[in-house]
Structures are given as structure tokens and as C-alpha cells.
Design a protein around this ligand. Structure first.
Ligand code: F6R
Length: 615
């Protein structure tokens, strides 16, 4: 969750670190800090709150930060200890010569702290990270060698960590290691970098090495040495990052979220490109390594994911079951990992993740792999841990998603899931082929239809203005759009902090209806197709009868809607199977404009982080 940057080289260390941290800031943070080796001395600067506070602090000290050789920087999402300046990273040992930054949670930090106190270590904070700084310094005292000290300390750590460490007496060196938390090495000309994610360094170089768990990187300006935990050199492949630095620009939009909502037509075109050659030809998914025989023998599919990706998984349950006749279970990764993993070689396990780095989903797929299931990953980050550990992959090509609230990645995941469902159906012959052709044709039309939704933002803005002052919201739908209701409610909660809940419309009268009155607006998603349209309409009438203010999201040309709904958000007609893609867009915009009217920090909502790399 925390962001890490390390640099060793001739450029201004402060500028490289703060620029790198600002590229990670979008993930949502509460304090920041850097340590630099300047004129042969370690200097630490930290600030609470946004990164700008640290930048301002550094400006006031700029004249004293000269002759820099190396530095490490960190933006923190608090886990152990409040988001205060003292708890911010870097942390140091007693003498202040050894400093480090850390992402993750060290589980045995309490025992280690007691032990280190007995050795004379004085603790200034309650954080697990400070314990690691003292532990490495303690080893350094014995070994007088930074890489060896980091390796010795790592043998004592339990939990998850990415670490970036430096010592005053090794002014041209930084050392990094990782376990269940991301860390990459990036190579420049006469300079090298460590980072928790590629946006931090892509402006400088695209040449990277992905460290595996328990690997150690020793960086100087002109060398990179990767070893295992015993110091044995490991040969690693250099890879080239697939991103362009321009992905991190707002391109004239006020927020990244708005830009990313507007990118969705192109994102869908990208996902379809090469995979859907023609409506009469089979779907092409080269990175799916399951044989036809394996696909025909699948008895069950399990999908594991978190947050918005979990909502995409819930939509996928409807389509996979309808198209392939294979039973599908969907579960949040954080629940999956604490149950017995009852799966086998005839079960396909699908992990969905925008970042590909979500800790719970990584653990879940590892558990499933360990008992013999084929793991298919659907991710926006082909350079992520999940993508690298997958048996099969469907990259969703949505480009870097900067806004913390996921938007374009959701629809990109949905398209990947539609493609996969049709791919399996075509191999099994389990779904009417003319219906598949019709759906393929409609999928190709989706970008245009989303463009139509985006060109009618005024009605959504009007609705957002009318409802921005409400404290609660209910979203209802049935069938394939029940997950869309959950996703719409999640978007509103995340960026406006309004208490919004999605319900299957039929569940309203089993409890939630008790809350309805004029203070509780109800948004109903009514996409024509199956019988559920009429059912949702009658559930909406029940809500209206309790004085709730009513909003419809629909493609229906139904004059009766005007009797029930005060606001009608219209979207183009689309096959019901594909309707979550179209219906999610006005919900993203509604959440966006409500948050905007409320003056919230849309791209970096409080308490949230873009990539949840801790349990
Ligand atoms: C919602 C959001 C989160 C993520 C969740 C999973 O807008 O961003 O709910 O969807 O943390 O993250 P990934 O998809 O990266 O595994």
C-alpha cells in the first residue's frame, strides 16, 4: 500500500525522490518522507498529510541538501501507528546512520522489539518498520556489510515487506528486498532505482528487473547485483515496461477519474482488438493456456477478487453460467484465504485484479494453485505479481488507472470476461451460436454507445446536483445488474463518503424498506430484457409509496416510468447480457459529480489506497 522509491546516482536525489513519490501519490497516502545521503551524512525529512507538505519542507531546506549520492523515499498509508510525522518513514537506528523505508506488515515485530530493547535499541515509535531498522543496524554492527546485514535481518522477519535500505558509510549504495509486497529494480545510465511500482521511475527508464520473494538487490550507480537470501547471485531477466509516461497526465480533465471514465470507449476497443477478429470467427485468447480438453472437462469455476473487481466477478457469474453451463462461485479473496481450499484440477480458478498486486488475491491464487487448480488471471497490469504467477492470463489493456476509484478497469475486466465466456462456450458448443454472433456484434458497438452516454452528461450533472446533499442512498437492481448496483453504490461511498448500499430489488421488502422515507433516495437500474425489468419496476413502486425520491437508470422507452421516477437517466438500448457495461458509466459519472459538488478529493479519497498490498 505504501509507495517506495530509492535512487543512487549523480542527479538531484531530492528531485528524483519527490517526483517518483508524486507518481505514486494517486494511490492515496497520509504522510511522506525521504532520507538522503548529502555531503556524506544521512538527513531525514518527513511531513504529515499530502506529499506537497513534504515538498514544501524540502524547499525550505534545499540549500543544505547538496552533494547527494543516494536516497530513499516513502509515502505511507498508515497500518501500525497514526499517520503522524514521527511515524512516517524513513525510520532509523539509534545513531541515525542506517535508514530504511518499508511497505507491508512485519508480524513478529513485537517480539523483535523486546529482544532489541534488551540490546540497547531505543524506540521512538510504535511502528513495525522502526523495529526492522534497528534489527538491520544490529546485524550491521556485527557484519559491517550492508547487503549481508539486510539478508541476516530478513531471515528473522515474518510477514510481508518490501524494504529499501541505506547506510551513511556506504554513500553509493541502496539495498532492496521483498516478500509478498512489490518492489522493482530499474536501470538507468550511471544511475539505478528501486520502486514499489513502475510509474515512479518510468520517466527515467523502462528497463526493469522484477524481484521475486526473498531476493535482494544491491544497487550502486553503475551496478545491480541480485542475490538470494544466502548471498548467492541470481541471474535475472531484464524486461521493458509496457507503459508510456503520458499515461500519468490528466490531459485537460479536472480529475483522473473523469479522464478515465471518458477513456472507456477506447479501452473497450483495445480489449477487443485482436481477440474479436470478426463476428463469424472464434474468439482468440492466446494467453489462455487451457487445452480444449481441459475446458470441456471443467466441472466448476471459482472467481476470487476484491472491491470493484469482485463486482466484475459477480457479473461474470451470470454470463459464464448462462453461456457455459459450468457452475460458478464468486468469493472475496479475503474470505477465500481463511477457509479450506476445496478445489481441484477440474476447477478453474479466476483471479481478477486491476493492480495484480492485491495481497489477499495473491494469497488466494497461490492457495488454489497449490491444490492443483489452473489459475487464470484477468488484470490490467501484465507486469504484476499475479500476471507473472498465472497459468493463463487475459490482459485487459486499460492503461494505467490513476484515480483510486476504479472505473475503466471495471469495464475492461467485464469485456475480458465476456470474451472468455464466449471462448469457453464456443469450445463446448454450450450456447446458441447465432446468439453469440449477435453479442459479438453488440460488443463491437459498445464503445459508440458509451460515447453517447458520455455526450449526455448534463442530465447526470443535474441529477447529481439535486441529490448531493443526501446522507444515504439505496441502489436496486436484479439479475445481471445487481452487481452493477453494488458497483454504483461503492463508487458513491468511496469518493463522496455518502452511505450508499446496493440491494437485489427483491430483498428490499425483507428489511431495507424499513429505512425508506423522503431522506433515502432510491436509484433503480431497469435494463429491459428478461422478466426482471417488470419486477424491479414494481419494487420501485413500493419504494415510491414510502416517499423515497426515485431515480431510474434505463434504456427503456416506457411512458409509465415517468409516473414512478423523478429523474430518468437514459442510456442506449443494449442486449441485457451486456447492459452492465453501459449501465455502470452513468453511475460512475453520478458518483463523480456528487463528490465534485461536495468538494471532495475525487482522485485520492480519504483512507483509501489504490493498491492494497496488505491483508
Ligand atoms: C474500488 C477500488 C477497490 C479495488 C480493490 C481491488 O474503486 O478501487 O475496491 O477494486 O481494492 O483492487 P484490485 O482490482 O487492484 O485487486
Amino acid at each position: 500500500m505504501c509507495g517506495i522509491v530509492g535512487y543512487v546516482g549523480p542527479k538531484s536525489v531530492i528531485d528524483i525522490l519527490t517526483n517518483g513519490l508524486s507518481k505514486l501519490e494517486y494511490r492515496g497516502y497520509d504522510s511522506a518522507g525521504v532520507a538522503v545521503n548529502s555531503n556524506g551524512k544521512i538527513k531525514i525529512y518527513k511531513a504529515e498529510g499530502k506529499l506537497q507538505n513534504l515538498k514544501d519542507l524540502l524547499e525550505t531546506h534545499r540549500s543544505e541538501i547538496t552533494n547527494t549520492t543516494a536516497g530513499i523515499g516513502h509515502i505511507r498509508w498508515a497500518t501500525h501507528g497514526a499517520p503522524t510525522t514521527i511515524n512516517a518513514h524513513p525510520h532509523s537506528c539509534n545513531c541515525g546512520k542506517l535508514v530504511l523505508v518499508h511497505n507491508g506488515i512485519v508480524e513478529n515485530y513485537k517480539e523483535l522489539r523486546e529482544e532489541l530493547k534488551g540490546c540497547g535499541c531505543i524506540f521512538k515509535t510504535e511502528t513495525d518498520t522502526e523495529v526492522v531498522a534497528h534489527l538491520i543496524a544490529h546485524e550491521y554492527g556485527k557484519l559491517n556489510d550492508l547487503p549481508k546485514a539486510v539478508r541476516a535481518a530478513a531471515k528473522r522477519l515474518k510477514g510481508a515487506y518490501a524494504l529499501c535500505v541505506m547506510h551513511q558509510d556506504d554513500p553509493n549504495m541502496i539495498v532492496g528486498t521483498r516478500k509478498n509486497a512489490p518492489l522493482i529494480v530499474a536501470m538507468g545510465q550511471g544511475e539505478n532505482y528501486l520502486a514499489s511500482d513502475s510509474p515512479a521511475i518510468i520517466e527515467y527508464t523502462k528497463r526493469v528487473i522484477y524481484l521475486d520473494d526473498d531476493q535482494f538487490a544491491v544497487l550502486t550507480p553503475t551496478s545491480v547485483l541480485i542475490t538470494d537470501i544466502d548471498g548467492k547471485q541470481v541471474a535475472k531477466k531484464e524486461e521493458i515496461l509496457p507503459w508510456e509516461p503520458v499515461a500519468m497526465s490528466k490531459m485537460g480533465y479536472k480529475h483522473f477519474m473523469l479522464k478515465e471514465i471518458h477513456e472507456q470507449p477506447d479501452v473497450i476497443r483495445n480489449v477487443l482488438s485482436g481477440k474479436l477478429p470478426d463476428i463469424t470467427k472464434p474468439i482468440v485468447l492466446d494467453e489462455v493456456k487451457l487445452t480444449k480438453e481441459q475446458i470441456k472437462n471443467l466441472k466448476r469455476i471459482e472467481i476470487i477478487a476484491c472491491g470493484t473487481s469482485l463486482h466484475a466477478a459477480l457479473v461474470a457469474k451470470y454470463i459464464l453460467e448462462a453461456f457455459t453451463n459450468i457452475p460458478v462461485d464468486v468469493e472475496p479473496s479475503s474470505e477465500y484465504i481463511y477457509r479450506k481450499t476445496v478445489t481441484d484440477a477440474n476447477t478453474l480458478v479466476i483471479g481478477i485484479s486491476q493492480s495484480g498486486e492485491t495481497s489477499d488475491t495473491i494469497t488466494a491464487i497461490r492457495q488454489a494453485k497449490a491444490v492443483g487448480s489452473h489459475v487464470l488471471i484477468i488484470t490490467n497490469r501484465p507486469d504484476s505479481i499475479m500476471a507473472r504467477e498465472a497459468d493463463s492470463l487475459i490482459p485487459v489493456n486499460a492503461g494505467i488507472e490513476v484515480s483510486v476509484a476504479a472505473t475503466k478497469s471495471f469495464n475492461a475486466q467485464l469485456i475480458a470476461l465476456y470474451l472468455f465466456s464466449m471462448y469457453v462456450a464456443e469450445i463446448k458448443g454450450s450456447f446458441d451460436s447465432s446468439k453469440i454472433e449477435q453479442l459479438k456484434h453488440e460488443m463491437m458497438m459498445l464503445p459508440q454507445k458509451i460515447e453517447t452516454v458520455l455526450s449526455h452528461e448534463e442530465s447526470i450533472i443535474k441529477c447529481a446536483r439535486a441529490f448531493a446533499s443526501y446522507k444515504n442512498f439505496i441502489y436496486i437492481a436484479r439479475g445481471i445488474n445487481y452487481p452493477t448496483a453494488l458497483e454504483g453504490a461503492l463508487k458513491l461511498k468511496e469518493i463522496s463518503y455518502i452511505n450508499a448500499t446496493g440491494y437485489p430489488a427483491g430483498e428490499l421488502k425483507h428489511g431495507p424498506i424499513a429505512m425508506l422515507d423522503e431522506t433515502m433516495p432510491v436509484l433503480a437500474i431497469l435494463m429491459p430484457g428478461s422478466i426482471v425489468y417488470e419486477k424491479i419496476l414494481s419494487n420501485a413502486e413500493e419504494a415510491k409509496a414510502r416517499n423515497a425520491r426515485m431515480i431510474a437508470l434505463t434504456s427503456a422507452e416506457d411512458p409509465h416510468l415517468e409516473d414512478v421516477f423523478e429523474y430518468i437517466l437514459k442510456v442506449p438500448a443494449v442486449d441485457e447480457y451486456l447492459s452492465p457495461v453501459i449501465a455502470s458509466v452513468p453511475l460512475q459519472l453520478l458518483a463523480y459529480y456528487i463528490a465534485e459538488f461536495l468538494g471532495k478529493d475525487v482522485d485520492q479519497p480519504r483512507n483509501l489506497a489504490k493498491s492494497v498490498t496488505v491483508e
